[in-house]
Design a protein around this ligand. Structure first.
Ligand SMILES: Nc1ncnc2c1ncn2[C@@H]1O[C@H](COP(=O)(O)OP(=O)(O)O)[C@@H](O)[C@H]1O
Ligand SMILES: [Mg+2]
Length: 152
């Protein structure tokens, strides 16, 4: 039977990189170039860059805190887009996970008061996407799945 609920993406991308702050910009550029194929508006492109920055920065600064085994300290990004202009980006790490996702998603919540973290990362990600899902398991890691319709 034809699966209409899970259509095949028109295009997809996957990349993995170590948790270095220089790679935040790299991730942003890769995803921008990928979604440029959908002819986004300037504001759609800028929203997407902001969201990718927030998600990747979280994996870089929070996920591997106190982890001694840096052999698993990578960020995994995948992207797909569909014929209806829907873009789905997944940003995953294998870090410490988030204890309470509901709490973490609250505006201004941060576990990192010493550095100048605003606690607004999830709020920004939510407001610039159509859908934001967060899957996290203690000591296993975190996956952010974001969806946004582009170029319509
Ligand atoms: N990938 C992640 N791994 C572990 N903890 C995370 C991750 N992403 C977010 N968090 C937790 O959720 C909190 C809220 O994230 P966010 O809204 O981006 O605020 P901020 O990064 O400014 O602290 C963080 O302070 C951190 O405790
Ligand atoms: Mg953040």
């Amino acid at each position: 039977m034809k699966n209409t609920k899970n259509p095949k993406p028109i295009n997809s991308i996957k990349c993995v990189f170590p948790i270095k702050s220089v790679n935040e910009g790299l991730a942003r550029m890769i995803i921008s170039a990928f979604i440029s194929q959908l002819d986004p508006t300037v504001s759609e492109l800028s929203d997407m860059k902001t969201v990718i920055s927030e998600a990747v920065t979280n994996s870089i600064v929070h996920a591997y805190k106190g982890t001694t085994d840096k052999s698993k300290a990578f960020v995994y990004i995948s992207g797909e887009y569909y014929s209806d202009g829907r873009v789905v980006i997944k940003i995953k790490d294998k870090g410490i996970g988030i204890d309470d996702v509901k709490q973490a998603r609250q505006p201004l919540f941060t576990t990192d008061r010493e550095s100048e973290r605003s606690g607004m990362g999830f709020t920004i990600m939510e407001s610039f996407t159509d859908k934001l899902r967060v899957y996290s398991k203690k000591d296993r890691g975190t996956t952010i799945v974001l969806e946004k319709r582009i170029g319509l």
